[in-house]
Design a protein around this ligand. Structure first.
Ligand code: SF4
Length: 306
């Protein structure tokens, strides 16, 4: 973990500004969580993506499951998840995820995956099965899926919609100009189209997206990506600070650390533009306290069960 800076002069990739300082987590709970994931053979994006919130989330018994293995078929330049030849699909995984959700007594769960360009449906059916297993043994649990783009294949999107998750999240990750450099196997417009298509298929599903700052974007470009997401009828937005996962060439350096005040400003701008919920802060990640976004949208009466 990088050291902490007293203030935020420049983007020093070895040291973090003080606002990244966090309280000491509940280590007993963290050990318990680790034991659960190891014994069940499950993966979490919390670990695989080196999430800085792992102490807080795991200390509170919350995790985001990463299905379909821990090797991604894409190699985005911001991401810590290993890239390479995909693993065999574990047919027991949907059931095991559901059992872990039950064990952790999660009333809200986020399920994500690596990209699986090697599979015909890119993993949509496995997502649907996981949702269905959770519904079977934890019918009260609300489910958010954070998906790759499934190459915008309509059959895959339909499979997921049929499983009726409460929230479908797909991350745009960055502004249009930087997208080809940062996520070369994805496409900015395709990501927008995926979000738009979910709304077309089922208007009652909340959609969500996320992007990072600190990759070289300008404030004007941030406004444009927010407008683009709104045009794609995205309901929920999260904005967080990019942190380089390693010093390897593959991973981009941090261009700047946005201050908490700047993050608050992005939030206010997003809300004024029309998002139903915006979470913005240095440590915000797509799945961070994800239940809040769902609850706020649900409270506004814009989607399912209304
Ligand atoms: S923010 Fe999400 S990925 Fe990070 S530790 Fe929390 S649940 Fe896991």
């Amino acid at each position: 973990m990088p050291q902490l800076l007293e203030d935020n002069p420049t983007a020093d990739n070895n040291r973090l500004p003080l606002w990244f300082n966090q309280p000491i987590p509940n280590m007993d709970k963290i050990r318990e969580m680790k034991g659960l994931f190891r014994s069940s053979g499950l993966h979490t994006v919390c670990e695989s993506a080196h999430c800085p919130n792992i102490g807080k989330c795991w200390g509170e018994g919350v995790a985001t499951f990463m299905i379909l293995g821990e090797i991604c078929t894409r190699a985005c330049r911001f991401c810590a998840v290993k890239a390479g030849k995909a693993m065999d699909v574990d047919l027991e995984e949907p059931k095991n995820v559901a059992l872990a959700v039950q064990k952790l007594k999660l009333r809200y769960v986020v399920i994500t995956s690596v990209a699986r360009d090697d599979l015909d449906d890119e993993g949509a059916d496995h997502f649907a099965q996981t949702i269905s297993e959770i519904r079977r043994i934890m019918p009260q649990t609300k489910i958010e899926v954070l998906i790759p783009d499934f190459s915008n294949k309509m059959d895959s999107l339909k499979k997921l919609v049929a499983a009726k998750p409460e929230v479908v999240s797909h991350n745009i990750e960055t502004v249009r100009r930087l997208s080809p450099k940062i996520r070369p196997q994805a496409q900015y417009d395709r990501s927008l189209e995926v979000l738009r298509n979910f709304k077309k298929l089922d208007v009652s599903i909340f959609t969500k997206s996320s992007f990072m700052v600190g990759l070289g974007e300008t404030d004007e470009e941030i406004d444009v990506v927010m407008q683009d997401l709104l045009k794609a009828e995205c309901d929920i937005l999260t904005i967080g600070q990019y942190l380089a996962p390693t010093k390897l060439k593959r991973h981009l350096k941090v261009s700047r650390f946005a201050t908490p005040k700047e993050f608050d400003n992005y939030k206010q701008r997003g809300l004024a533009m029309g998002f139903k919920h915006v979470m913005s802060g240095p440590l915000v990640r797509s799945s961070f306290i994800a239940e809040e976004g769902y609850k706020e949208c649900f409270g506004k009466g814009v989607a399912k069960n209304v």
